[in-house]
Design a protein around this ligand. Structure first.
Ligand code: UDX
Length: 423
């Protein structure tokens, strides 16, 4: 019952199926049963209370009950990065063994977690080895493509449904489960489905790093990267999405999945040199622009900097791999004083201290600040009353790390506006 599990469960409940959410964390199960989510995601809280009431969903920490009462099991556990960059499969294995031990008749096990290529085969093996009697089962790869912040919309309106399986019975069952969703279904071999997930995430990361690296050149030669990507995106072969330059991608997927794919390639003696560069550009993008901005401001030391939006993207409280964290760390090393704001996310305890403070209102955050660094583009900032906010600031620098503010209007109001590859 992490991010993907809760969303998947609620979406199937919404589609009219009877769902049980299973997790070993009894406290989490209790909160979910009381209608409380452990993370922020627009729209999910309403769906949770509706489907608790309609009895389409319930939650348990009892694996025996959950496994025996259901013919289809979605495996949605995390696959965090191991120290060497590979995906840690201990949770996947644990669940597979539980299923093997407790199954009482045919089960369809659908793997939603992002797992390395060939995990489907391993899951089959782990289930088989744990079985006490030889009940039949299928393991299907059914990767998830939802984005945090728009998880519900993405799950109900996916661009495609990928089903990786060699079993017609399993494919037909999954097609039935998804029948009210209007999306093309692509049936592939399990390994191919696993690869599609990694290849898609790595490609999106590549698009971002490509424009991020170009933004450095644009910044130098006085060309606006946002105008360039607008023109590029009008070409259907390129498309307008994931071409927004910024301080780099974060989140639970792109950094981790790129690492895992690189690890798989290395294991197979293949060098994915483009993806290596993608990661490298992402790791240096925020510091590249911090250096540019430091020069504009005339140094960060003892300057008061307002950090707006610390989550890795808007509409989530998720701080995993958020570029804001590295930015704040860097600024503290430069002896800046930080005033932080985020509509939902809370400053992690390791960053709290004498020189960093989080405020509830934008006005309090900007009080006396010399400069603003926008790290994630919540609508609160885009729609803010900037002329009023300017009056509480000490100096008037805006560094827009997401190229989302209206630089022209801000300049007219008397701000010094600098974006990413966009002066
Ligand atoms: C991603 C994939 O989009 C999704 O399909 C997959 O299932 C999980 O990983 P997510 O990480 O939730 O989803 O968010 P996404 O909207 O993809 O953004 C990831 C990061 O890229 C964010 O930090 C975002 O700010 C950044 N980004 C995105 C850019 O810097 N530029 C863009 O043009 C788009």
């Amino acid at each position: 019952m992490g991010y993907v599990g809760v969303t998947t469960g609620l979406v199937f409940a919404e589609l009219g199926w009877k769902v049980t959410g299973l997790d070993t964390d009894a406290l989490k199960i209790q909160s979910l049963s009381e209608g409380k989510l452990s993370f922020y995601e627009p729209g999910l809280d309403i769906l949770l209370s509706q489907h608790l009431q309609s009895d389409n969903i319930r939650f348990t920490s009892d694996p025996i009950q959950a496994i025996r009462e259901h013919s289809v099991i979605f495996l949605c556990v995390g696959t965090p990065s191991d120290i060497n960059g590979s995906a840690d499969l201990q949770y996947v294995r644990n669940v597979a063994e539980h299923i093997g031990t407790n199954m009482n008749d045919y089960k369809l096990v659908a793997v939603k977690s992002t797992v390395p290529i060939d995990t489907n085969r391993k899951v089959r093996q782990w289930i088989r080895e744990a079985q006490t009697s030889p009940h039949p089962f299928d393991v299907v790869s059914n990767p998830e493509f939802l984005r945090e912040g728009s998880a519900l919309y993405d799950s109900l309106h996916p661009d495609r449904i990928i089903i990786g399986s060699n079993s017609k019975q399993a494919v037909d069952t999954l097609k039935t489960l998804y029948r009210s969703i209007n999306a093309p279904v692509l049936v592939t071999k399990p390994k191919t489905a696993e690869m599609i997930k990694y290849a898609s995430n790595a490609f999106l990361a590549t698009k971002i790093s490509y424009v991020n690296e170009l933004s450095r050149l644009c910044d130098k030669i006085g060309v606006n990267i946002s105008d360039v990507t607008k023109g590029m995106g009008m070409d259907h072969r390129i498309g307008p999405h994931f071409l927004r330059a910024g301080i780099g991608y974060g989140g639970s997927c792109f950094p981790k999945d790129s690492k895992a794919l690189l690890y798989t390639a290395k294991e197979n003696d293949i060098q994915l040199s483009i993806l290596e560069k993608v990661t490298e550009v992402n790791n240096s993008q925020a510091s590249y622009f911090l250096n540019v901005w430091e020069e504009k401001l005339g140094g960060f030391d003892h300057r008061t900097i307002a950090i707006l939006g610390i989550s890795f993207k808007p509409n989530t409280d998720d701080l995993r791999e958020a570029p804001s964290l590295a930015i704040m760390q860097h600024l503290l090393e430069k002896q800046a004083i930080l005033r932080v704001h985020d509509p939902i996310a809370k400053l992690p305890s390791y960053l709290q201290g004498e020189f960093v403070q989080q405020f509830d209102s934008l006005e309090d955050t900007l009080d006396g600040a010399d400069a603003i660094i926008l790290c994630s583009e919540w609508t609160d900032y885009i729609g803010a009353n900037w002329s009023q906010l300017r009056s509480v600031m000490g100096d008037y620098f805006i560094f827009d790390g997401r190229n989302k503010l209206d630089g022209k209007s801000l300049t007219d109001l008397g701000f010094y506006y600098y974006g990413i590859g966009n002066r």
